[in-house]
Design a protein around this ligand. Sequence first.
Ligand code: PLP
Length: 427
Amino acid sequence: MSNTYHINTQCLQEGYSPKNGEPRVVPIVQSTTYKYDSSVEVGKLFDLEEEGFFYTRLANPTMDAVEQKIAVLEGGVGALLTSSGMSAIMVAVLNICNAGDHIVSSAAIYGGTMNLFTVTLKRFGIDVTLVQPDCSEEELRAAIKSNTKVVYAESIANPSLCIVDLCMYAKVAHEAGIPFMVDNTFATPVNCRPIEFGADIVVHSTSKYMDGHAVALGGVIVDGGTFDWNSEKFPGLCTPDESYHGIIYTESFGKQAYIRKARLQLMRDMGVTPSANNAFLLNLGLETLPLRVERHCENAQKVAEFLEANEHVTWVNYPGLESCAFHEMAQKYMPNGTCGVISFGLEGGREAATKFMDSLKLASIVVHVADARTSVLHPASTTHRQLTDEQLVECGVGPDLIRMSIGIEYIGDILADIQQAFDVIYK
Ligand code: PLP
């Protein structure tokens, strides 16, 4: 397949090209293992002398097709599917960070990632410094230490919707000889391809827009193939891996060193593999991703404008609004649209937020975003409830913040639902 096709075509056609008489749709290969005629052949697979499937924890034909598709969509050289977005981030970071290392991350990140960085990875001996997402070049540079191994940010942060200056982050990371890793879950490659702006590794919770129907948890790591790992900072990539016959990933795999190591070493040892069935469902979602993302953004823009015009709405945050602090960054990095998620506050704060959500009829209260169906959530009492008030403010999540994920239903019905909920609160 040619990756010169438009992304709308790639979403349908990449990753799987059936030969004569083969299934048109990527098959679900529901098998943990693969049969070979001789032990010599299996040995060659283990020694990486030949490419092939031998155990689904490491690779599976259904997953392989979806990985190839996503690698093309993001403009990378390879991808690895994982069982969830969290496991993608964990593997992506552990692939280059050991005990004693350090991460610099934008403070505007998903609550689960914040926990991973500030609590769990700390227990593994990996430290983190959080920077304000809109920090200056100097501030970002000052946060990097000699043991820093990665700079991390979300292209559109969940739930603050903050958009970081991707080029600036990449430049500062590269000057320090370290990669820039971006969680591109909310923007999706339809609206933003961070590798084009200097990111070296992209991660996703595919459970969100990529799947799009709230049916399958999943994650993916994409290797941009852009970073030179031949550095004393990254011995795991450029010196022998004793756990894998002394292989040197940079020598054996060149531009794919990072993603091959993630698969051969960490996926082997941690086994955070998705099921073939979930990979199949993800692929179905990917096929319509561009259509859905376009409609999500169109509907979200209309809802944001509707909310902004309402006297009871104290603030609205949506990068598509000119009033939004992130509008300029959105124009620079995702001019065709951002995402379907809006955050806002109501007169009456936390109490009004709860009443509003309870009064909605079409939109449902779910711990999820990016579903084709409109959904709503109060992060301070749910996804972000582990965080202290200080961390909440750092993440850009106030106690009154309502996060609404606008679906692809008919816009008139979504607006009518919001209006009738306002009518209940502000009688
Ligand atoms: N990254 C972002 C931006 C998210 O919004 C989420 C989940 O909401 C995750 C990562 C974690 O993904 P998952 O829930 O698939 O583990």
